[in-house]
Design a protein around this ligand. Structure first.
Ligand code: CA
Length: 237
């Protein structure tokens, strides 16, 4: 099955360039220059990933993202000319999976799209085969993690994590006692080394908000100053 990507970008030259690179990767590409039309396309077509520009005429990228997140969990890579972190955090806060700033190399963007697609498609496949796969369970504090099914529960209540948040947590859980650097985490979870490491910090922050009793005093995912993050062995139950 071919993956399909929707590009929402009003700079036609940039869109054409991204399209060219993604077509070369064997990916079907749809393009529109505005977010309103993007909303119609995702209703009609099966889109696996959206490459989303932020500065768009009419509805901007953030508004688009907030709108689609009510109904879709499609993977989103934000492409933006704004370089400040605030935008990135805002973008990830409303559910983007990755972020790249302009100007960028189309080759790097294609690699990021491919890595995000791979993760997303694996996740989809897992969802489909969930009942068939063998369960690998990890317990910590009051949580039970089913690593194969991408499920985490607290006292039988399902906690909603994005695939990426889940993978960051799983990576730390599978390496308890060993601090991991943001580079380690990015490389393992995002599958490449082109990333902006703030993405990792944002995902850690989101995990803490969802899992910790008090996210400002984390007891599950601790910060090891100057190194990175750790889940201690004692945290496992
Ligand atoms: Ca633009």
């Amino acid at each position: 099955m071919k993956a399909s990507v929707l590009i929402i970008e009003d700079e036609i030259e940039i869109a054409e360039l991204i399209k060219l690179y993604l077509n070369n990767e064997g990916i079907d590409v749809f393009h529109t220059d505005n977010a309103e039309a993007g909303l119609l396309i995702i209703k009609e077509k099966k889109i696996d990933l959206i490459v989303l520009d932020i500065n768009l005429p009419g509805m901007d990228g953030f508004e688009f993202l907030q709108t689609i997140r009510k109904d879709y969990d499609t993977s989103v890579v934000i492409v933006s000319a704004r370089q400040d972190d605030e935008d990135m955090i805002l973008g990830l806060g409303v559910g983007a999976d990755d972020y790249i700033t302009k100007p960028f190399s189309p080759k790097v963007l294609a690699a990021r799209v491919r890595a995000n697609l791979r993760r997303y498609m694996n996740f989809e496949e897992l969802e489909k085969t969930k009942t068939k796969t063998k369960t690998k369970t990890i317990k910590f504090m009051d949580y039970v993690v089913d690593a194969e099914a991408y499920l985490i529960k607290k006292e039988d209540k399902k906690i909603s994590l994005s695939p990426r948040e889940f993978e960051v947590l799983l990576y730390l859980l599978e390496n308890t006692g060993a601090p991991k650097t943001p580079e380690d985490i990015y490389k393992t979870v995002w599958g490449n080394s082109f990333g902006d490491l703030t993405t990792v910090a944002v995902h850690i922050q989101r995990l803490r908000k969802k899992l910790e009793k008090n996210y400002t005093l984390p007891e599950i995912i601790e910060t090891v100053h100057g190194i990175g993050y750790i889940i201690r062995k004692e945290t496992l139950s």
